[in-house]
Design a protein around this ligand. Sequence first.
Ligand code: ADP
Ligand code: ZN
Ligand code: ZN
Length: 731
Amino acid sequence: MRVVKIVLPVPLDRSFDYLLPEDMAVIIGARVRVPFGKREAIGIIVGSSEHSDFPLSQLKKINHLIDQESLFTPTLWKSLLWAASYYQFPLGEVLFHALPVLLRQGKPAQEPPIWQWQITEAGKDADLTALKRAPKQQQALAALRHSHLYRHQISALDLNETAFQALKTKGLAQLQESYPAPTRWQDSFAINGERLKLNTEQATAIGAIRSDDKKFGVWLLEGITGSGKTEVYLSVLENILSEGRQALVLVPEIGLTPQTIARFRERFNAPVDVVHSGLNDSERLAVWLRARRGETAIVIGTRSALFTPFKNLGTIVIDEEHDSSYKQQEGWRYHARDLAILHARQENIPIVLGSATPAIESLYNAQSGKYHHLRLTLRAGHAKPASQYILDLKGQPLTAGLAPALLKRMRDHLQANNQVILFLNRRGYAPALLCHECGWIAECPRCERYYTLHQSQRMLRCHHCDSQKPIPHQCPKCGSTHLVAVGVGTEQLDHELARLFPDTPITRVDRDTTSRKGALEQHLSDIHQGGARILIGTQMLAKGHHFPDVTMVGLIDVDGALFSADFRAAERFAQLYTQVSGRAGRAGKQGEVLLQTHHPEHPLLQTLLHQGYESFARQAIEERKSVFLPPFTYHAIFRAEDHDNQQAPQFLQQLRELLETMRNQDAALWILGPVPALQAKRSGRFRWQLLIQHPSRARLQQILHTTREKITAMPQSKKVKWTLDVDPIES
Ligand code: ADP
Ligand code: ZN
Ligand code: ZN
């Protein structure tokens, strides 16, 4: 008997050995039911062997094989195996995560069969008159002699199931299941509507991708908002679809707008399936099945749509590729863009990354020739660029972090019956301590990095060297005692504005107000219908949407981004700023962008305002190179948390000591921490982290593998909740 290796959706990084029943085939990637502890569990077959590390007599037998073929396409299987290893996450959890919920629960991976009543040989020969005492049966048999009947047609024909069951008992009829053949969209495929006349840049971009669209290649399509990127995606898809191949389009969480979907639906006479948070489990499974059978031409969806199995995938498009929602921030912390590129390589197909503000990593890959770089610099529509103003906050009296000049402009825009958006990006920004009079910012003298303010501990802490000191009472530069934490929260701003503008409806869009299913859609429709006049949002609100009545955009907390200990804060700010200034004042109305800062002369602001995102990005790449930050090095963060404030740092300290033994042979390994997380306490747990950095990705992977094996043996690891974040995008 053979031994079968099975993974289960449990947080254990191993497979389990089971015995193969004699009449069962080994199908890698198929589900099985197995006894697990006291219950039965669903697992996935990952391999087989003649041997086990355990005595065969101790192994249990597989109960049941659920699938007759693998649930994963060969390329998806390879990508997921790779991803489990790269993100250092248990394979069982990765594979189950990639499946629709109903499949995780053991539901069949096929459309329900259609049942059909058929006549048997005995039924053909039987004497109808012999049934005259049972007229319904007689009628039913007569009908079957004429043709087979679908079970669901019976009642419409005034026949009943009981009669057919009786015929079955007599051996005169039988029930057959049948599966309809996949429907083919390719036969009726057509491109609809009048096509726009492409401008030269668009035509060049499309021509380049089309000429090379039979093999793997990454195309970075950098195009300002409204430059016609979606038009380029559509044209690339024209060719792919007319060859009968399918396409996957990934969009950010919030980018899934009805307008975007409508454009894909209108252009092609082909089925478009959309995967979004509003779908229920059976709708999700239906899309999964259709894609696998090749019945859908285009799947548009957020992050997890990447795991859709396609019969014949021809290309992947990632819109707003810089968007942070592509990174899963809990459990298996994969990055959908990075994984999509890997997957496109496995499939040997082109992948298009589109953005007005590409991620620094992507731009660097384009600079170094790994990606093809295509640019759209002209605005296709007729939106005018917004006017930009910097408001110097130094010494200004502030209300909820808002300067008088900003409040005044808000009133003007609201009175003109327009909408106002206030952006406040608190996520991932380490709060700094700043002097409101002169703009001085507390800085670690050893590292020349900004201290992070830990309000609850009343400490300033350097996230680089972990030195700390009490919060000072006075500014060392000008002597003022007016020292403030940079930034108010969205919630506080919401409260204050409700007081200042009692008659104006306010909507707040952030993680807290949109966590409930459907809440985001509700907020957005409120905004579109004009029910909300003041919109408060984090960067969630900046993407993919245009609200025609928004004429003013206020960026409330620019300093938080400029002086954050998180080196990605500046990049995120530059992206947000570029997105919103490209958006304010569409639909022919003049827009206005106001930035509040204590440092109007800051070089980043100046570069961004006067030279634009690309110059900013070039500068940022140089800076990161000079201080050994990604993409020039690779990061991983061990995060740990516990109710007791001693446990997590103790665990990470032990981990650090373990890592230090490796550093003795490898000086390129850097270990930073343990330090408290930016959000040092959440749901009653104290959160800490340890960052490790290495210039070689492969070497970092080795280090992580070794470390993770050893962690299991550390008693302290059982006491805390810990996770590993490979290529983190937030510190
Ligand atoms: P992006 O995706 O870069 O923001 P879109 O593709 O949505 O840009 O284009 C912005 C607007 O310009 C859309 O209304 C689109 O229909 C229009 N547009 C795009 N390309 C052209 C073109 N070549 N000629 C005229 N209008 C265009
Ligand atoms: Zn000062
Ligand atoms: Zn320091």
